[in-house]
Ligand binder design. Structure first.
Ligand SMILES: [Zn+2]
Length: 260
């Protein structure tokens, strides 16, 4: 996968050719020259899953050295830009490897809405999930987490929980579950998951007792997990009822014809 710095660098190295040249008339130096294009896997927001991509080198000429024995990759210039095209739906992704304040970083910029949105996700929820996705693609993970929290608040608002802050909305949902008047999806989704997302979202925005290092717990794998939970939540709330109703209509239509 090329959705992270290490994966991208590994793929570039794998798809490069070694070229020897002689400098100072004597010393032979080996440079790795990047291939004009290669293929690899990347999440496609339009296909909604990981897809094979054609990854084309955008910058005209780029080389790097491999410094032994630590096998360190040393690029000769930045930024390194590639354009990835989904082989299934042609969605294009601009991938920029650049020098961040502390280390090499990767920006992933798309020509389509990103994140874990589904076909019938309301546009307000889609907006916040897209914001989360954009922040995530630039490694701004606390900012992404704050946007996931807002997306959750919008989902509850849209589902009829309009009063109070997010905590009050979740409490009302819990009361409704106890009284058997909650929306049907609430029985398929542990409400503790929503509370955890709220609490992590709060932690992303608050001072946490003056300890900024706590923010580091919001890392790439945690955000990946939050994204998976949202994918499931959106499916249960907005897709499953439509799917079930369509399937039922089909089955009933055939059943009716057969019983005539
Ligand atoms: Zn695609």
């Amino acid at each position: 996968m090329i959705d992270n710095v290490d994966g991208m660098v590994e793929s570039i190295v794998l798809n490069s050719q070694m070229q020897s040249c002689v400098s100072d008339g004597e010393t032979e130096v080996n440079h790795q020259i990047m291939a004009h294009y290669f293929e690899d896997e990347l999440f496609c927001p339009v296909c909604g899953a990981s897809r094979r991509q054609k990854v084309e080198k955008f910058s005209s000429y780029q080389i790097f050295d491999i410094i032994e024995p630590e096998h360190k990759i040393e690029f000769k210039q930045f930024p390194i830009v590639h354009i990835a095209t989904c082989l299934q739906c042609s969605t294009k992704t601009t991938m920029v490897l650049y020098e961040g304040p502390e280390r090499l970083e990767l920006a992933i910029l798309r020509n389509a809405y990103g994140g874990c949105v589904t076909e019938n996700t309301p546009k307000e929820v889609k907006y916040y999930l897209d914001q989360a996705y954009r922040a995530r693609m630039l490694s701004a993970l606390s900012a992404a987490m704050a946007m996931y929290r807002s997306a959750l608040e919008w989902i509850l608002y849209e589902q009829g929980y309009k009063n109070g802050m997010l905590g009050a909305k979740i409490s009302k949902l819990e009361d409704d579950i106890s009284n058997n008047i909650a929306p049907r999806w609430a029985n398929d989704m542990p409400v503790e998951l929503l509370t955890a997302i709220k609490n992590i979202g709060n932690g992303a925005m608050h001072t946490n007792g003056g300890d900024i290092s706590k923010q580091q717990q919001i890392d790439g794998s945690l955000i990946e997990l939050v994204d998976i939970v949202f994918t499931e939540l959106l499916d249960v709330i907005y897709e499953q009822p439509i799917r079930r109703s369509k399937n039922l209509k089909k089955l009933e239509s055939v059943a009716n014809n057969l019983s005539k």
